[in-house]
Ligand binder design. Structure first.
Ligand SMILES: *Cc1c(COP(=O)(O)O)cnc(C)c1O
Length: 722
C-alpha cells in the first residue's frame, strides 16, 4: 500500500513546468531535480554538476536553479550527447522505480503515517531551513524513513530567509546576512485543495487569524510539508512569523511554535492525513498534541479525556540538556500569543499554563515547551544513553513521587544517514569488500566485519585521497574567504600554499555555542603553536556559526583570530566561513581526527563525529553525548581518543585540565601514531584504530539503527491498550 501524499499532483505540475524549459530528451532531469532522492544516490550529483560545474557551484548545488539558469545552448549540447542522455534516463528510471515501491506497512498503517514535527530540517544545503545538529538529524531521519519505506510525513516551517549566513571581517568578528529562499527556485510546490486554489489553514495568534499555506518538498518517498505565513492577506507582523529560523523576539518564537504545532496538525487534517503517531522532535512542536484533541472536544469530549487519548499516540524527543536551552515563558507572554487557544480546546488558560509548568500547582510559574512536551507525550526519550540519564534527573521535579532513574524518559541514541555523509572513495572501497547490498544491511554489525580484512594500504589510500580533496577545498575556500573579508593579497596567498596533503588534518566544526568550548583550542597559546611547528606539524580546520545574539561567542572567535599573525598559523590553521551542510561534507570526509570538546554533561549527543568516523576519521572527544557509550577497544585497539567526562563545578579548572589532556593526546599519541609508518609508508597502528572504529561504530550510529529504535517505540504506542 502507498501512503497518501497530498500535494503530489502540485509537485508533478511544478516539475513539468521546469521540464518544459529544457530539450525534451532532458525532461527526466526536471523530475530528478524535484525530489531530493538524487542527493543521496551514489554519483547522481555528477549528473547535474557535469552540465555546468561553475553554475552548479554558484547555484549552491540546487538543480532547479541550475536548470533555470544554464544557457539553453549548454542544454542543447547535452541533449546531443547520447552517453550523457542515457546516464540521465537510467538514473531517472532507477530512482522512479525505487520510489514507486509500496510502503512497508507492517508496523505503521500506510494510510495513517507517522507525522514527524521539527522546527528545522537539514535535508540539503540548497534548502537552508536548518541551523545545525537538530535540523541535520531531522533530515537524516527523514531520508532513513524513505530508505526503509516507512509511512512517514514531515512537518516544518518554510523560512523565507532561512538561517543567517556568516561573514567574518578582518578582525575576525562575525557579521550576519540573510538570503531570500525563493520558492520559484527550489524544488517545492504549493499544495492546492480540491478547488485548485492554494490550501490554507488558520491559526489564531495574538488573538487574530493568521493564514498559513503549505509547501511540499519531496525527500525520497517522504513528503515534507512546510508551513508559511508569507501571504498578502496577513498583517506585516504575521507574515514575519515564518521569515527566519530562531528569531530573537520571544513573542515571534512563540508564534512560530503555534504555527508549527497547531497549524501543522490543522494542515495535515485539511490535506486528509490523520497520523497514527505524532512525533515531536524537540519542544518547538509541543503544541501539536493539543490541537489533536480539538475534534474530540468539539464532539463533546472533556479536554482532559481527549488529551489522554492524544497522549497515547504522541512521541517526544528532547535534545536539550541545558536549562537555558529549554525556553520558559511568563504566563503573560503565553496568554498574549495563545489568547484564543483555551476556548478552541474547551478549557481555560490556567489549565494550559499548568501543563507547561514544572510545578503545576504553582500558579504564576513560567511555562516551558519541554515540560509541556513531556506531559503531553505518551513516550519520551533523550538522544544518547548519558543524555537519557541527564534528562531523567533534570526533569525529575515533574515526577516528585519518582526516583530520578524511574522518570519515564528513555533514550534513543542519534545516528547519521550514511549515504548522505560517506564520501565516494570510502563507499567504493566498501562496495568492493562488504558484499552486494551492504548499505541496506549497514546497521548489522556483521556487515562491517570484513573491514578487518581490507588491506591496510587500501584503507590508507582512501584516507589519503579524501584528505587530499579536503586540502584542495581548504586552499580554494580560504583564498576566496580571505579576499572577500578584505585581507591583504599576501595573506590570502599564504593559504594557497597552505595545507600539505601529506600532513595530518584535525577538524573542529559545529555551532559555536559556549558549551562546545572552541576556546580550549587556543587556551595555551604556546602549546597550541608548538603543535603547528615545522617537522611533524598539525593542521587545523575550524568552522562554525555563533548565534547572532551570542556576543561572547563572537568575541571568542575574534580573540582566536588575533593569532593569525603568529608563526605558521596562516599556513596551518583555516577557518571555513558560513558552516553548513555543504561545508560539513568535505570536512567530515577529509579530516584525520575530529575533535569534540563539550563541557560535560551538556552535549546531548553530537553527531558530526559519527559522520567523520564513517569516513575513516578518528574521533577525539570528551566522554559526553554519544562518545560516552561509543568509545572503547577492540582486541586491545582503541577506536579513538577520550578526554575525561566527569562533571566539575569549577569550570576554569576543568577547562585547564581538558586543554592539557587534549594537548598531551595530540602531541604524545596522535602525531606519533600518524607518523609511525611501515616500509610502504602506511601508519599500521593508525589503520588498526581506523578498523576498530569502523567496525565498532558504523553499525551502531547510523540513522537506520536510530529509526528502527523509533519504530519500536511507535509500535508500542500503537498496541491496543488493555
Ligand atoms: C552534523 C552537523 C552538525 C552537528 O554537529 P555536532 O557534532 O552535533 O555539534 C551541525 N551542523 C552541520 C552543518 C552538520 O552537518
Amino acid at each position: 500500500m502507498t501512503t497518501p501524499r497530498p500535494g503530489a499532483a502540485d509537485h508533478t505540475r511544478a516539475a513539468d513546468l521546469l521540464a518544459a524549459r529544457v530539450p525534451s530528451t532532458l525532461a527526466p532531469l526536471a523530475r530528478l531535480a524535484f525530489n531530493y532522492r538524487w542527493s543521496w544516490w551514489a554519483g547522481a550529483d555528477a549528473v547535474f554538476r557535469d552540465i555546468d560545474p561553475h553554475r552548479w557551484e554558484r547555484s549552491g548545488a540546487n538543480p532547479v536553479r541550475l536548470l533555470q539558469e544554464v544557457p539553453f545552448s549548454a542544454l542543447e549540447r547535452l541533449a546531443a550527447d547520447e552517453a550523457a542522455v542515457r546516464r540521465i534516463v537510467d538514473l531517472d528510471l532507477a530512482i522512479t522505480h525505487e520510489l514507486s515501491q509500496p510502503d512497508d506497512d507492517a508496523v505503521i498503517p500506510a494510510d495513517r503515517p507517522v507525522a514527524f514535527f521539527c522546527a528545522e530540517y537539514g535535508v540539503h544545503s540548497s534548502l537552508p531551513i536548518y541551523s545545525g545538529g537538530l535540523g541535520v538529524l531531522a533530515g537524516d531521519l527523514v531520508k532513513a524513513a524513505s530508505d526503509l519505506r516507512l509511512p512517514f510525513v514531515g512537518v516544518g516551517l518554510f523560512y523565507r530567509q532561512g538561517y543567517f549566513r556568516q561573514r567574518l571581517d578582518t578582525t575576525g568578528y562575525q557579521h550576519e546576512y540573510w538570503i531570500e529562499n525563493d520558492p520559484q527556485r527550489l524544488p517545492v510546490a504549493l499544495v492546492t485543495g480540491d478547488d485548485g486554489e492554494p490550501l490554507t489553514v488558520e491559526v489564531r495568534v495574538w488573538g487574530r487569524p493568521v493564514r498559513v499555506q503549505v509547501w511540499r518538498v519531496d525527500v525520497g518517498t517522504v513528503p515534507l510539508y512546510l508551513l508559511d505565513t508569507e501571504l498578502p492577506e496577513n498583517e506585516r507582523i504575521d507574515r514575519w512569523i515564518t521569515a527566519r529560523l530562531y528569531v530573537g523576539d520571544r513573542q515571534l518564537r512563540l508564534a512560530q511554535y503555534a504555527v508549527l504545532g497547531l497549524g501543522g496538525i490543522r494542515a495535515l487534517r485539511a490535506m486528509g492525513i490523520e497520523p497514527s503517531i505524532v512525533h515531536m522532535n524537540e519542544g518547538h512542536a509541543a503544541l501539536a498534541p493539543l490541537e489533536l484533541v480539538a475534534p474530540g472536544v468539539a464532539g463533546g469530549t472533556d479536554f482532559t479525556d481527549a488529551l489522554a487519548g492524544a497522549r497515547r499516540r504522541t512521541v517526544f524527543t528532547t535534545h536539550t540538556p541545558v536549562a537555558a536551552g529549554n525556553e520558559m515563558y511568563d504566563p503573560a507572554e503565553i496568554t498574549r500569543v495563545l489568547y484564543a487557544l483555551p476556548k478552541h480546546l474547551g478549557t481555560d488558560m490556567e489549565t494550559l499554563l499548568a501543563l507547561g509548568r514544572v510545578h503545576p500547582d504553582q500558579a504564576g510559574e513560567p511555562s516551558g515547551l519541554t515540560p509541556l512536551g513531556l506531559r503531553v507525550a505518551g513516550s519520551s526519550n533523550g538522544v544518547s544513553r548519558r543524555h537519557g540519564e541527564v534528562a531523567r534527573s533534570m526533569w525529575q521535579p515533574l515526577h516528585p513521587e519518582l526516583a530520578p532513574d524511574e522518570v519515564p524518559i528513555a533514550h534513543i541514541t542519534n545516528g547519521v544517514h550514511q549515504p548522505t555523509w560517506m564520501a565516494d572513495p570510502m563507499r567504493r572501497l566498501l562496495d568492493a569488500h562488504l558484499g552486494e547490498g551492504w548499505e541496506r544491511r549497514a546497521d548489522d554489525p556483521a556487515t562491517w566485519e570484513p573491514v578487518l580484512d581490507i588491506p591496510d594500504a587500501d584503507l590508507w589510500a582512501v584516507r589519503c585521497e579524501q584528505r587530499t580533496h579536503l586540502v584542495e577545498y581548504i586552499r580554494a575556500r580560504t583564498v576566496s574567504d580571505r579576499l572577500a573579508r578584505g585581507e591583504p593579497l599576501e595573506y590570502a596567498e599564504r593559504s594557497h600554499l597552505a595545507f600539505n596533503p601529506d600532513d595530518i588534518v584535525v577538524g573542529f566544526a559545529r555551532r559555536l555555542a559556549a558549551y562546545k568550548r572552541l576556546h580550549l583550542l587556543g587556551s595555551d597559546t604556546v602549546q597550541s603553536l608548538d603543535l603547528l611547528a615545522e617537522g611533524r606539524p598539525l593542521q587545523l580546520v575550524i568552522a562554525g556559526k555563533a548565534h547572532p545574539q551570542d556576543e561572547d561567542a563572537k568575541r571568542l572567535m575574534q580573540s582566536l583570530y588575533r593569532l593569525k599573525s603568529a608563526p605558521n598559523v596562516a599556513e596551518r590553521v583555516a577557518f571555513i566561513e558560513d558552516y553548513g551542510m555543504a561545508q560539513a561534507r568535505p570536512l567530515v570526509s577529509g579530516c584525520d581526527v575530529w575533535l569534540n570538546l563539550p563541557r560535560p554533561p551538556l552535549e546531548a549527543s553530537g553527531t558530526s563525529g559519527m559522520k567523520a568516523v564513517m569516513n575513516g576519521g578518528l574521533h577525539l572527544s570528551v566522554l559526553d553525548g554519544w562518545w560516552a557509550e561509543a568509545y572503547g577497544h577492540r582486541d586491545g585497539v582503541p577506536n579513538g581518543w577520550a578526554i575525561d567526562g566527569g562533571e566539575d563545578p569549577d569550570h576554569a579548572a576543568q577547562d585547564a585540565r581538558h586543554a592539557q589532556q587534549l594537548y598531551e593526546l595530540l602531541a604524545s599519541d596522535v602525531l606519533p601514531l600518524f607518523h609511525q609508518r611501515d616500509e610502504r609508508g602506511v601508519p599500521v597502528r593508525w589503520v588498526q584504530m581506523m578498523k576498530a572504529s569502523l567496525v565498532m561504530l558504523c553499525p551502531r550510529f547510523t540513522a537506520a539503527r536510530m529509526l528502527h529504535d523509533y519504530v519500536q517505540v511507535y509500535a508500542g504506542a500503537l498496541e491496543p491498550s488493555a
